[in-house]
Design a protein. Structure first.
Lengths: 226, 409
């Protein structure tokens, strides 16, 4: 394989320092939601019905799962409440005339389908759920912590795609341990074959140590026309 | 009693079915329908309480509500709720429009509600009727006296409200500023108290304005806040002049010279534990005749804790501290001594409470609660104990048992 013909442009854009969602919960949004990431504070405010737009002006409406491990994990991590407590909270708004009960659905599949067809919808699904038709939002801690890249390995452009002049941009959520090792790489968007190449490379990256586990979003363009 | 229990079971089963059909469409807009009801039984060993004949055991503790709401546009929501209750001599099954408002949210930090709106005052003023939201069968009476709910519950007017995130990870602030007209039911505690002096109100209420500011702190689960409410209350009715009883019922009018309430509160929720604490001070005065005025100073605070043992079972306890002082200003002071000694049982209620709540399902709960009360505070302003239902006078201490069940959908 001849990696020399790879033209990976200016490289890698770190969109921001982002704190990852717990193991198995992904935040998803309708494609009308302009933002690619959402802070934990925004996420909490949206699901507590205290705000209806994100910082970038995107109007959003939350959708929840009725029960289950993903539901519990989301509530504990982002809303600091259990399912009974959040239900009570919503009822308090409904019965005092200060809000409506948000949409509650039975499964990841239902949530993805609803978010895909509902303008401004934001929901959550398990890490393994298919997210076709929706965008996956990365959750930041809002603190803007940065991690310095020490060792970078370039991806190999798959020969077949290169020959066919198929390129594109791959977006990855990269989880970095406090010691600087890449612990996990999740695909946010892009051609799956290019993503595989990008993931293989990024897993070899090494960052400077940081105060806590961090997730950053990496955007990696593959240019086919050169 | 047996028929009533059977009726409640059937009602709860019906509510379970209703819960699956609480939405419908009108002009392509989803309308949500929700409702609730609760039924209590109260037994006291000494004084009769809350205008019921509780020393014999009383089930005259019922309330219910039904609401409909719809989101008409991204920013505009409308809704209304009717509420009805019967608590001993109070309420008497006269339904009221609990709230009915339009709500337009311009931005995250600014919105307007207009119509009849629930008043934001402390942690639970606007939700005090909603039994299913709380672990306790009765919220701490020092701050949320159920017999006086009308004096703070809602206003016909408007709210300005919003939520503002703070910089530097300092949490966020939620604010509400409001103004409107408050209308008390003539079947509430204060009008009932005055019937002992043969005063019968036709209407009671007036201007109510104030604000609430609450801070969701950076400490996970910690909320702190403060509220202020001002009121200008007038009432019209009839009374029998004790100096001239042969004249029969003659017109009566009363108005406050001053009336304000300050409330400070904190809430801490960590996993299954919830701790609340609030302090409320209400001061008000009214003309007393002979160029005099009577000034009442009501102070209450409580500390409450609750814990969810398992998913369907919660336990809780609180201490509720209530004092009342009464001072006459002017010439009439010579014939009406001050009541400022809060150590006397007629000027305080110290209530220790233990409670348990079991959720039979998502819509139906049962509560059992014990109150151990020192004092009865049966002065010129009521808080649970009324001379009319205690014609032989009061004893200093009262223990109470409350059994309550409620459902909602």
């Amino acid at each position: 394989m001849k990696p020399s013909r790879l033209l990976i442009t200016a490289g890698f854009m770190i969109v921001g320092a982002l704190n990852v969602i717990a193991g198995d919960v992904k935040i998803i949004g309708n494609v009308s939601v302009k933002a690619d990431s959402i802070s934990t504070g925004e996420l909490k405010s949206v699901f507590l019905l205290q705000r209806r737009t994100l910082k970038d002006g995107s109007a959003v409406v939350p959708v929840l799962e009725k029960s289950g491990a993903t539901h519990e994990a989301f509530l504990r991590q982002y809303l600091d409440r259990g399912s009974e407590e959040i239900h009570t909270y919503y009822q308090g708004l409904v019965f005092t005339g200060k809000g409506l009960m948000p949409k509650e659905l039975n499964s990841d599949t239902e949530v993805v389908a609803y978010v895909a067809r509902t303008r401004g919808a934001i929901g959550y699904v398990s890490g393994g759920a298919s997210t076709e038709g929706v965008k996956v939002l990365v959750v930041s801690d809002g603190r803007g912590a940065e991690r310095t890249l020490l060792t970078r390995v370039e991806p190999e452009y798959p020969e077949t795609l290169q020959r066919l002049q198929i390129g594109g941009v791959v977006r990855l959520a990269v989880t970095i341990s406090p010691k600087g090792a890449v612990e996990n790489v999740a695909l946010l968007g892009g051609n799956p074959i290019l993503a595989e190449a990008a993931t293989k490379a990024v897993k070899q990256w090494v960052y400077a140590p940081g105060p806590s586990q961090t997730t950053i979003e990496v955007t990696m363009p593959f240019e086919s026309h050169r | 009693m047996h028929r009533r229990i059977v009726g409640w079971v059937l009602l709860c089963l019906w509510a379970g079915q209703m819960s699956r059909a609480q939405e419908f469409k009108v002009w392509n807009r989803t309308v949500q329908v929700h409702g609730f009801a609760s039924q209590g039984f109260v037994y006291t060993d000494k004084n009769n309480w809350l205008t019921m004949n509780t020393s014999q055991g009383s089930g005259a503790m019922t309330d219910m509500g039904l609401n409909m709401s719809a989101q008409l546009t991204d920013r505009f929501r409308v809704g209304a709720q009717v509420y009805d209750r019967n608590l001993g001599q109070l309420g008497q099954w006269h339904p009221s429009l609990d709230w009915a408002a339009g709500d337009y949210r311009f931005t995250n930090w600014f919105g307007i509600r207009a119509g009849k709106v629930k008043t934001s005052l402390g942690l639970y003023n606007d939700s005090q009727d909603l039994d299913f939201l709380h672990v306790f069968a009765l919220l701490p009476p020092s701050v949320y006296p159920t017999d006086l709910r009308d004096t703070t519950i809602a206003h016909a007017g408007g709210d300005l409200y919003g939520n503002v995130p703070l910089r530097h990870q300092l949490g966020d602030l939620s604010y509400t500023a409001y103004a409107g007209h408050r209308s008390d039911s003539i079947y509430s505690g204060y009008p009932y108290l005055l019937t002992q002096w043969k005063v019968y109100f036709h209407n009671l209420g007036g201007l109510q304005y104030g604000g609430d500011l609450r801070w969701s702190t950076p400490v996970k689960g910690l909320l702190m806040g403060a509220s202020r409410m001002n009121e200008e209350t007038t009432g019209q009715g009839q009374f029998v002049d004790s100096f001239n009883p042969s004249a029969g019922l003659v017109p009566y009018q009363v108005s406050t010279t001053t009336s304000w309430t300050n409330q400070f509160y904190g809430e801490y929720v960590v996993q299954r534990l919830r701790i609340d604490a609030e302090y409320r001070r209400k001061a008000f005065g009214q003309p007393y005749g002979g160029n005099s005025s009577v000034n009442d100073d009501v102070r209450g605070w409580y500390v409450a804790g609750s814990y969810r043992i398992v998913r369907k079972v919660q336990v809780g306890t609180y201490y509720s501290h209530y004092t009342l002082t009464n001072v006459i200003v002017g010439p009439m002071r010579a014939v009406s001594p001050d009541q400022i000694d809060t150590s006397l049982p007629q000027n305080h209620i110290y209530d220790k409470v233990i409670s348990a709540r079991i959720d039979l399902n998502r819509f139906w709960n049962v509560k059992i609660e014990g109150h151990f009360m020192d004092g009865y505070a049966a002065g010129p302003y009521p808080n649970g104990f009324y001379p009319q239902v205690n014609p032989n006078g009061f004893t200093p201490n009262t223990n109470a048992l409350i059994l309550k069940t409620g459902f909602h959908f």
